[in-house]
Design a protein around this ligand. Structure first.
Ligand code: SF4
Length: 273
């Protein structure tokens, strides 16, 4: 006589936690307590009995316990036995698709929320490994992942690795382009600064040259006036010396002629004291 298979429980949170009366023996042997946080597997690997076993009951789909329920059990074991290391024995801890990922992240969040510094290990398929998700799981204590790589899904991992490398290369190229652009802008800034200085210098030259012509014209007018007044303009006479001095000032301003010496040339000496 063969009884029909009993239907699989769909709500795993309804099930009581397993008895742990033999756990001290497990711990003495150096092993971590096993926890089942899910049941079943949606895949159909040829060599595996898991999917055949669960499907024999009709409802063989993957089912996961809620994050709260899983972490409640971990916390209870930790409080009772003083341990901080757990091994998940699920056939497929990550479940399948978004539901499985959200549940795994939910377990991580629950552990972090309760500040439980546990280390834990899982088994999963390589096709369900995603670096961003596993980086978050690691923060909550995931320390080892056991995967079968023979299924061919390693290609998924390799693809992800290649994509990451491509993104890193893209970022590197962008950084190089940015660097070139920054250098171009800096060179342009320096060239503009140089040009502006040349324009300022030219303005100064022209202004000084015009001013020198004005001083010479004024000096000549004054000289003619003094001559008419019969003022002594010989080189030794005060007015004569003044005319010479005024012409020297015009020459000092004129950018085309050499600058005659002046006491003003020593002005810089004052700042050194
Ligand atoms: S993924 Fe793992 S548990 Fe699922 S059928 Fe394949 S070997 Fe079995």
């Amino acid at each position: 006589m063969t009884n029909p298979a009993r239907p699989n429980a769909s709500d795993l949170d309804c099930l009581p936690f397993p008895a742990r009366d033999t756990l001290p023996l497990v711990l003495t042997a150096g092993n971590a307590p096993l926890i089942y946080s899910s049941r079943g597997c949606n895949c159909r690997c040829e060599f595996c009995s898991v999917h055949k076993f669960y499907r024999s009951s009709g409802n063989g789909q993957w089912r996961g316990r809620s994050p709260k329920n899983v972490v409640d059990e971990m916390e209870e074991i930790a409080n009772q036995f003083g341990i901080e290391e757990f091994a998940f024995a699920d056939e497929q801890f990550m479940g399948h698709g978004r539901t499985g990922v959200d549940r795994a992240l939910g377990i991580a969040e629950e552990l972090l929320k309760r500040r439980l510094a546990f280390h834990w290990y899982v088994e999963t398929r390589s096709s369900d490994v995603s670096l961003p998700v596993f980086a978050k799981l690691r923060k909550s204590g995931l320390r080892a992942v056991f995967m079968g790589l023979e299924s061919g899904y390693i290609a998924g991992l390799m693809r992800e690795g290649l994509e990451l490398r491509e993104r890193a290369e893209h970022a590197r190229q962008q950084e190089i382009e940015l660097g070139k652009k920054r250098q171009e802008v800096a060179d342009l800034g320096r060239q503009i600064e140089l040009e502006e200085k040349k324009v300022r210098d030219l303005d100064l030259w022209v202004n000084n040259w015009v001013r020198a012509q004005q001083i010479r014209e004024f000096t000549l007018t004054l000289e003619n006036l003094w001559k008419k007044q019969a003022v002594d303009l010989s080189a030794d006479a005060p007015k004569g010396q003044q005319i010479i001095w005024m012409r020297q000032q015009a020459d000092r301003l004129d950018p085309i002629l050499p600058s005659p010496p002046s006491i003003l040339d020593r002005k810089a000496e004052l700042s050194r004291w």
